[in-house]
Design a protein around this ligand. Sequence first.
Ligand SMILES: *[C@@H]1O[C@H](CO)[C@@H](O)[C@H](O)[C@H]1NC(C)=O
Ligand SMILES: *[C@@H]1O[C@H](CO)[C@@H](O)[C@H](O)[C@H]1NC(C)=O
Ligand SMILES: *[C@@H]1O[C@H](CO)[C@@H](O)[C@H](O)[C@H]1NC(C)=O
Ligand SMILES: *[C@@H]1O[C@H](CO)[C@@H](O)[C@H](O)[C@H]1NC(C)=O
Length: 507
Amino acid sequence: MVLLAAAVCSKAGKAIISRQFVEMTRSRIEGLLAAFPKLMSSGKQHTFVETESVRYVYQPLEKLYILLITTKASNILEDLETLRLFARVIPEYCKNLEESDIVDQAFPLIFAFDEIVALGYRENVNLAQIRTFTEMDSHEEKVFQAVRQTQEKEAKEHMKLRARELAKQRHDKEKYGKPGGFGGSGGFGNSSRMDGPVIETTPAEPIKSAYTAPSRPSGTGKAMRLVGKKKDVDTFVGKLESEGETVATVGSEKMPAKITGTPIANQEGVHIAVEEKITLTAGRDGGLQNMEVLGIVKLKVNDEKYGRVVMGIANNDKKGMQFQTHPNIDKKKFTSNAIIGLKNPEKPFPSGQDVGVVKWRLQTTDESLMPLSINCWPNESGSKCEVNIEYELQQPGMELNDVLISIPVPSGVGAPVVGDCDGEYNYDNRKNILQWSLPVIDDSNKTGSMEFTISGHANDFFPINVSFVSKKSYCDIQVTEVKLLDDDQAVKYSSEVVFFVDKYEIV
Ligand SMILES: *[C@@H]1O[C@H](CO)[C@@H](O)[C@H](O)[C@H]1NC(C)=O
Ligand SMILES: *[C@@H]1O[C@H](CO)[C@@H](O)[C@H](O)[C@H]1NC(C)=O
Ligand SMILES: *[C@@H]1O[C@H](CO)[C@@H](O)[C@H](O)[C@H]1NC(C)=O
Ligand SMILES: *[C@@H]1O[C@H](CO)[C@@H](O)[C@H](O)[C@H]1NC(C)=O
């Protein structure tokens, strides 16, 4: 865990809002914030300061500070970039950067913070993923509890009032012989209306992600949400997008239509989706510049009687994934017994919505971990160029479907002349792309090649893009059983696995 907390505090170090991304007591965070102003060396334009245990990365916001508290192991450049995003969120909600404004907007701000950061480390601002986690947002719950307490308190007050009224009526009746009764002003129902945060109960709305939308039936189930939350988030995402920020909605355009999730009709009372996506950049002469695989297990309880389930998993990962459980998941059970279950069984999984319960991440430059290697050999001779391109499946047991390899070709020189070719090809003369498609690449069919000739130079044929989907998990995590927490009874569940490409480039 790298990012510990994000906070807005006064120049004196008084916490105005703070969102902790790891478990931390209130006094600990208040102590950290209070210590912060004393650590700053005056006059210097530093943007961070370190203590023995933590690093503060900060930025003044008029009379306030926005700061991130991170571990010292975290990458400072990333921290600064994350800080920049946090700083930009605040004016979205607070016109005057005043303490009172921040307090007024505390909830939307915290929601937005959560959008930026999931569980404490920076996610390249992939909001779609972060959102998966925020769906299990405990704030909604907290607000709901707060509102309910207010309601209960009001109701109690009202009862007292009523009791007094009745006593008085009884008294009056005794005195004057008038009948009592329950008429009169202030019906019970109306007294419980509240002025605090408004909670609305609406049918679950599909999230603005092409990927999750289909598995999220509109109109089924009731989902509690705060009025305006979704809208705020959407406008925030929209803004970032319009400013060219990388806000990847998981597989937006690139996501093949085929991978649309299991329709609700085919889902059992418990549905589990294992999703992984890969981002990769490799050099044309071999060498992996970077590869990142992000994965998540999403649980969806379709029938609320299965709100308290535990899942057994088989984690066959040998590639060194880093796993993280959702804060509401019992981490110990996960790491020692390979069981995904609630940390607090009193709080069942919400029904009708996807809840990210475990996620994982692998970042590597180890070529041997690539799913598919691509070798492209342009050979210039005169004005012509003969291009040989081949692929090889690197991971035994993997099965890639709908593989599409897109090779840019020079424009204005006519179509490439394709010689030997495994699979199919298609030349898009408008976009000047030669698309090579392979329905399946698996162990029985690991390699293939294509040859073509066209006028041009060796550099013309890069970057090559690759896309594919797979029904097998890259890190090989599997859900093996689902049981009820209370009586250990097996629960029938449906599941799906998808591994897909976010970006796969040979540059
Ligand atoms: C409750 O409030 C509504 C709207 O404010 C009003 O129309 C209704 O008459 C009230 N009911 C009672 C029992 O006071
Ligand atoms: C490149 O093309 C030339 C001429 O066509 C040929 O002689 C040579 O063998 C080719 N080189 C490779 C590596 O294919
Ligand atoms: C490869 O992907 C990048 C970014 O998505 C895009 O700009 C480029 O046009 C694509 N190239 C080909 C050959 O498809
Ligand atoms: C291997 O895959 C290629 C491309 O999908 C296909 O043309 C070829 O028939 C396959 N061969 C076998 C043995 O499946």
